[in-house]
Design a protein around this ligand. Structure first.
Ligand code: BTN
Length: 254
């Protein structure tokens, strides 16, 4: 996968018009952060053939061997759109899995993408806020594309890959190009209303289910009643109370 192959006739306004490719690096997030701090143009994308120190949510690691997609997109959004980036990213991934691989993905709050109940993609958003503006935001996406999960004991048991679910390999190049185009499309419609929020909400497998939500401080159980337009989860607990959860990890209990 070369930067030119990603960029040629991509048809986007800015996402993916500049691509920096590394065959192997610790984490695309670190390079993207450095690039953003040096004022890289919006939409610059860092792509890695493999990562040796990939980062996940909640201070976890993320394994991205060859055969997986690891990329980070640099954006400079207005502060008001920062919380919508989880929606933009997870919907972009879900749309492309459907378009390129023909599989039926679901989104587990906040932004894991599942196929047949197993995680195939993780998304990490890192941002720096200065006053009333986001200095930068980086969308990091890791997708297990062409790999056999059982070859990697470090990959959690409830994970899968596109090739494993489909029974054949999927073009990583087509998937990356699709992601950049869809994410730009979704990002550009954010100012026009709540269409992205509504589509994300409808694709969430979590709503109406009994769940356990673990955050860094606590673990709560209840029914995932709804999501607010800022992306937070509203959890109805057995005592009738409704708790707003901004960040956490959900386990579906039913
Ligand atoms: C998760 O915990 O589910 C999020 C995983 C995010 C992994 C991606 S791979 C590309 C980018 N670089 C990283 O180090 N992490 C993100």
């Amino acid at each position: 996968m070369s930067p030119a192959a990603i960029t040629d006739n991509l048809g986007t306004r800015f996402i993916g018009q500049r691509v920096i490719y590394y065959p192997r690096l610790p984490s695309t997030m670190d390079v993207a952060k450095r690039q953003a701090q040096q004022g890289a143009t919006e939409g610059t994308v860092i792509v890695a053939g493999e990562q040796t120190a990939g980062r996940g949510r909640m201070k976890r690691g993320w394994l991205s061997p060859r055969g997986s997609i690891a990329l980070s997109i640099i954006l400079y959004p207005e502060l008001a759109y920062l919380s919508s980036l989880i929606m933009v990213a997870s919907l972009g991934v879900a749309r492309c899995i459907e378009k390129v691989a023909g599989l039926k993905p679901e989104i587990k709050w906040p932004n894991d993408v599942l196929i047949n109940g197993k995680k195939v993609c993780g998304i990490l958003i890192e941002s720096e806020v200065k006053g009333s503006r986001a200095d930068y935001a980086i969308i990091g996406i890791g997708i297990n594309v062409n790999l056999k999960p059982s070859d990697f004991p470090e990959i959690p048991p409830l994970a899968t890959s596109l090739s494993h679910e489909l029974g054949r390999e999927v073009s990583q190049l087509d998937m990356v190009r699709c992601l950049l185009a869809e994410i730009e499309r979704l990002y550009l419609v954010l100012p026009s209303g709540d269409a992205v929020y509504q589509e994300w909400r409808h694709n969430l497998v979590t709503l109406g289910k009994k769940v356990q939500v673990s955050s860094e401080e606590t673990t709560l159980e209840g029914i995932a009643e709804s999501v607010a337009s800022d992306g937070s989860l509203l959890l109805r607990q057995s005592d009738g109370s409704l708790t707003k959860i901004v960040a956490g990890d959900v386990t579906l209990l039913s």
